[in-house]
Design a protein around this ligand. Structure first.
Ligand code: IMP
Ligand code: MG
Length: 171
């Protein structure tokens, strides 16, 4: 049985279009690099950049934060770095979900040290466990429940990324 739907594909599409407008208004003009965090953000980023009507480059960071477990290890490992420098560019960091916010914090510090013109953060989902002050999140798609969610790029032990909607599972 497929996991239980929490956010439909149609609701995601509507919110992604709104988010793109918020982002376009919120990031100043100038060279823009959108950085997706692999692998969870790949589907969200694909939809988001197609809704953003401005010139940009797309790049990716490979990150391992949980291994295949469903609880935070608190350890972030970079498995693949950006392909190009970001000095002098506006950067939009795109992540699938913020739980504690520790992954985002780590990546924000990493990118900020490379001399970008600005770094903004965007997550599709934000959990209630996000500690205030851990990482500033500029653009949020949806508030997520304190449950394990999958689909639309998010996985449980690498499975379910291809679900077109967001679902809740019992890990
Ligand atoms: P944080 O560092 O605690 O904010 O965890 C963020 C990372 O944990 C995300 O990039 C996800 O890969 C993963 N994660 C956290 N919660 C979930 C979930 O409910 N489903 C799938 N992945 C999750
Ligand atoms: Mg992730």
């Amino acid at each position: 049985m497929p996991p239980k739907e929490l956010i439909s594909a149609a609701a995601i599409a509507k919110r992604v279009a709104e988010l793109a407008r918020e982002i376009d208004a919120g990031i100043p003009p100038g060279p823009l690099t959108v950085v997706g965090v692999l692998r969870g953000a790949f589907i969200f980023m694909a939809d988001l950049v197609r809704a953003l009507p401005r010139e940009m480059t797309c790049d990716f960071l490979g990150v391992r934060s949980y291994g295949d477990a469903t609880v935070s290890s608190g350890v972030v490992e970079i498995t693949s770095d950006l392909a190009a420098p970001i000095a002098g560019r506006h950067v939009l960091l795109v992540e699938d979900i913020a739980d504690t916010g520790l992954t985002l914090r780590y990546l924000l510090d990493l990118l900020s040290a490379r001399g970008p013109a600005s770094v903004h953060t965007c997550v599709l989902l934000s959990k209630p466990s996000l500690q205030k002050g851990t990482a500033p999140i500029d653009f949020v798609g949806f508030d997520a429940p304190d449950k394990f969610v999958v689909g639309y790029g998010l996985d449980a032990a690498q499975v379910y990324r291809n679900l077109p909607y967001i679902a809740v599972i019992d890990p």
